[in-house]
Design a protein around this ligand. Structure first.
Ligand code: PEP
Ligand code: CO
Length: 404
């Protein structure tokens, strides 16, 4: 009989000897809450590390293979969901609705683009938010900002805004429900979220005994946002040792050097499907800022899947100071994105959207004719989302740009 050693599969990309799931703790980190009691946080994280993983290694590997197809123009990713995911019963209802929306938009894309759609939810973990300011004045009182339901509550009181480490557990149990709900709804939608609170993510990072690789099993596809993508910092270095496919948002402040260093750190073996870059430049800036980055990545030989988040670079303050986004700007950015990628001999790999499955009035366009309509049904916990009609319009515009 073969000795057990002979059955051990070699990892495709051996995790470097120096990487460990806790290694990020020695590095600079940004966008973190001021936790009232770090021992309590560590105790919660320790408890979490003994709970079952939320995603499976084989599923994660399969997504990496699908993303490889997307980077080669043979599949198309639709990544969508809330900016900040709700908790509890609201989360499961929202997940069901998102599953429906992603499936139906995905079917349209598959039909129109003649390639399979990979459905990816901002779901089952999208609970922590980076913010541009750490404090805000509410009724004359300076309060910590809302950082997502993994950290605190949106209500404008000191009590609600106090970070509470036990929220990591509520988020875990909600994510578990969401994953079950997605499976029950028929599957076909992978999970993804921004990794921000690394105590949570570290606790759900598990060793695959078969290959010796580490996998983040809180999700299928973790991404790092534009505000935390420092290449010497904790977040990107946490991603570096994972066997998962990973993504990074790239905004207008990203330089060629930044992007090449991100690619070198996260995709040293130039493996298709490993790295997705999500461009979020803004309509005004994409034509100037994206081309040199795409050129440099192509020249460096990284088979990156380039996706467009045409939402986050187009956030403006509308009437009454409320955050909104105009469909015209979103469509404008998407159209330029397709032109830039094609101009470099690449195919767009996907579209990243913030959507609500209900008839919200958070973005301007289609039946939300102007900013005065925003107050009708504005419910987002964080950024403004597209309603169904607006999401359809964006998908139509993308299809038109892809057929040009
Ligand atoms: C987000 O996706 O909600 C987000 C904060 O994105 P970005 O990192 O692109 O600003
Ligand atoms: Co957002």
């Amino acid at each position: 009989m073969a000795s057990p050693q002979l059955l051990v599969r070699r990892p495709e990309a051996p995790t470097t000897d120096s990487w460990s799931p806790a290694g990020w703790r020695t590095l600079p980190i940004t966008q973190q809450p001021t936790w009232p009691d770090r021992d309590e946080l560590d105790a919660v994280a320790d408890y979490l590390s003994g709970l079952p993983a939320l995603t499976g290694v084989e599923e994660i590997r399969r997504l990496r293979e699908e993303l490889a197809l997307a980077s080669a123009g043979k599949a198309f990713v639709l990544q969508a969901g809330d900016c900040a995911e709700p908790l509890g019963m609201a989360a499961t209802a929202s997940a069901r609705a998102k599953h429906r929306a992603i499936t139906s938009l995905g079917e349209r894309l598959t039909r129109e683009l003649h390639r399979p759609t990979i459905g990816l939810g901002r779901l089952g973990g999208q609970f922590a938010k980076p913010r541009s300011e750490p404090f805000e004045a509410v009724d004359g009182q300076l309060l910590p900002v809302f950082r997502g339901l993994m950290v605190n509550e949106p209500e404008g009181t000191a009590l609600a805004r106090q970070p509470d480490p036990y929220r990591l557990l509520s988020c875990y149990y909600t994510a578990r429900q969401v994953v079950a709900e997605l499976a029950q709804a028929g599957g076909g939608v992978w999970t993804s979220h921004e990794v921000l609170i690394l105590e949570y993510e570290q606790a759900l990072t598990r060793l695959d005994e078969v290959t010796g690789e580490w996998f983040l099993r809180s999700t299928h596809l973790p991404w790092v946002g534009d505000r935390t993508r420092g290449v010497d910092d904790a977040h990107l270095n946490f991603l570096a040792g994972l066997g998962n496919p990973v993504a990074v948002k790239v905004g207008p402040s990203a330089t060629v050097d930044d992007v090449l260093r991100i690619c070198a750190l996260l995709d040293p073996h130039r493996r298709p499907g490993r790295l997705t870059l999500i461009s979020r430049m803004g309509q005004q800036r994409i034509a100037d800022h994206l081309p040199p980055l795409v050129r440099a990545v192509v020249d460096a030989g990284h088979p990156v899947a380039w996706m467009s988040d045409a939402m986050h670079g187009n956030t403006v303050r509308g009437a009454g100071g409320v955050k909104t986004r105009h469909l015209d700007a979103i469509v404008g950015e998407l159209t330029t994105f397709v032109e830039v990628l094609r101009g470099h001999g690449l195919e767009p790999a996907g579209l990243h959207l913030e959507i609500a499955a209900d008839d919200v009035t958070e973005c301007v366009g289609a039946s939300v004719t102007d900013e005065s309509q925003l107050g009708r049904n504005y419910r987002s916990l964080c950024d403004p989302r597209l309603n169904n009609e607006q999401a359809d319009a964006v998908v139509d515009a993308l299809v038109a740009a892809m057929h040009r």
